[in-house]
Design a protein around this ligand. Sequence first.
Ligand code: FAD
Length: 495
Amino acid sequence: MTATIHWFRHDLRIEANAGLARSVATGMAVVPVYIYTPAEEGKWAPGGASRWWLHHALADLDAQLRALGSRLVLRTGDSLEALLALARETGARNVTWSRRYEPEIIARDGRVKQGLRDAGLEVVSENSSLLREPHRVVNQTGKPFRVFTPFFKHCIQQSGASEKAFADDLSKVDVMHLKHPANWPVSEPLESLELLPKVPWDAGFYSAWKPTHAGALARLGRFIDTAVTDYDEDRNLPALDGTSRLSPYLHFGQLGPAQVLHALRERTSLETKGAHQFLAELYWREFAYHVLYHFPVTPEHCMRPEFANFDWAPDTGILQSWKEGQTGYPIVDAGMRQLWETGWMHNRVRMIVGSLLVKHLLQPWQSGAAWFWDTLVDADLANNTLGWQWIGGCGADAAPYFRVFNPMLQGEKFDPEGDYVRRYVPELARLPVAYIHQPWEAPASVLAQSGVILGKTYPRPLIDHATGRKRAIAAFARMNAVRLTASPPSGIVAE
Ligand code: FAD
């Protein structure tokens, strides 16, 4: 029996995987392979937290395949060479995969496709990761969207038919009956990929996550049963478990967005405020991919060309304090420590910590994005880039630069009892609510009773809010003064 190779990438699941379904539909034996290729991903090779997740996701996918009589073959090194070698070993004539949309990966995949075709293999790629592939969505003038709301409206108006076609197409293929080769090619051991950290900083990850397909389904079920109804309100409160926490599963493709939408449609009404808001967030992910695909320089460069003249003030000491959750702003420090402990941070708090770094502290958003890249289990080039450019005020549909979040007010509004701060900044746990978001305002007696010594057990703010705000707005005004003479960085597509 001849064979076909399915190259798993960001589609680490069996069900509702269009690429894998294509492979199974050939009727041939399927050789599932994952190739670990950090060198081909360049600067955006998986960071530490992502590697932790990947290790467990690969082990889980292998276990699921084994339950079906199959297995996951692991290889390392050059993708094209690995696929050609596997084709030689198994006699495979076809290769399938699910498309990725990061600029370096698109270029790499183009080279691999050509190389395989030159060697006489047939190659088919499919979409298993997005509801709307970026090259299929344009505005009325035929250009990519730059603003979320019209993008969302456009996608929603067109959604029903193509989602249904996608679902119908998939349901015809029974991936559970995938045939396997008579002789299995050699697999490198998972441990040899060295994805887990040598210094065990990942202990908290194990209690925070189940990085498996079953874990994904459990989170999805729990979210639909208990949280989606109030999602429009609760999603802003970091002390609650009010969001889905599906982001790492979606990033690695242990769950596809079409599956999430399908489950949502089956078990609740998309007309409710909560479900509609959640749908919009799923489409923010789509929008992030749209922007990354059409503006591939954005992981490095601001979308708004005038920001080429912005006076950032890079400072490694300040950056380090921020990374360690030692800025002196409790809500910010809670967020940074949640990130370190669990590999995830609540979206509202991502915005607050980002704003402090970029605006009060004038650190380039790229430094914040790089730290998130290394520490988030859901690190995703499209979403991370969009999020940081939004915070920096320099991206597509971004918060205006002059809007500087007030970390105390944000804390009081979104963590009114201080529960989130108490959980992640235990040295402040005994402070009364009135001072939990601004310990420096507490009278000496209250600090003493709460066991807080400012500057010793907990830092004073790196910069006072009013000073930081003024400095940020002044830097923005200076940039605006020179914007008329500025030229856009190369590669930015002008509208
Ligand atoms: P939910 O609120 O349950 O949302 C459901 C899904 O919608 C998410 O899993 C995610 O896939 C998508 N989504 C939600 N909000 C956004 C958003 N603002 N932009 C794009 N997609 C969204 N998300 C990542 O997945 N990876 C990142 O690297 C990442 N970096 C970010 C950096 C910054 C500075 C900011 C402000 C946001 C970033 N986000 C990132 C977006 C968002 O914070 C996370 O997707 C969200 O917190 C994940 O939690 P959840 O799954 O519970 O989200």
